[in-house]
Design a protein. Structure first.
Length: 99
């Protein structure tokens, strides 16, 4: 059975939506930056657009972070993820004793 990558996304639909918005904003910013670097065309308009896209990503990321700090479901999921990773670490260190 595969463990989900992030418990928050399976528990909180709002977190999932905000995460997708954040990822999309980052993709758009990266794509545009790559286009501008590849074409070697720049100028003030291109620079301004890149700054706008960067700010859009920064806002989306900040909203995502704020949500995960304020949402009780996300806090519970973070605690569960922390325990799971702690248990995995303990299991690895315990098995290393027998190697």
């Amino acid at each position: 059975m595969n463990k989900p990558l992030c418990i928050k996304t399976t528990v909180c639909s709002q977190y999932q939506r905000l995460l997708e918005e954040c990822e999309r904003a980052l993709e758009i910013w990266d794509e545009r930056r790559a286009e501008d670097c590849g074409s070697r065309l720049g100028g003030r308009e291109a620079g301004d657009e890149l700054l706008r896209l960067q700010a859009k990503f920064a806002r989306a990321y900040a909203v995502l972070q704020r949500h995960s700090q304020d949402c009780l479901l996300c806090q519970l999921a973070s605690n569960m993820e922390g325990r799971d990773s702690e248990n995995s670490s303990n299991a690895l260190s315990n098995s290393a004793m027998y190697v």
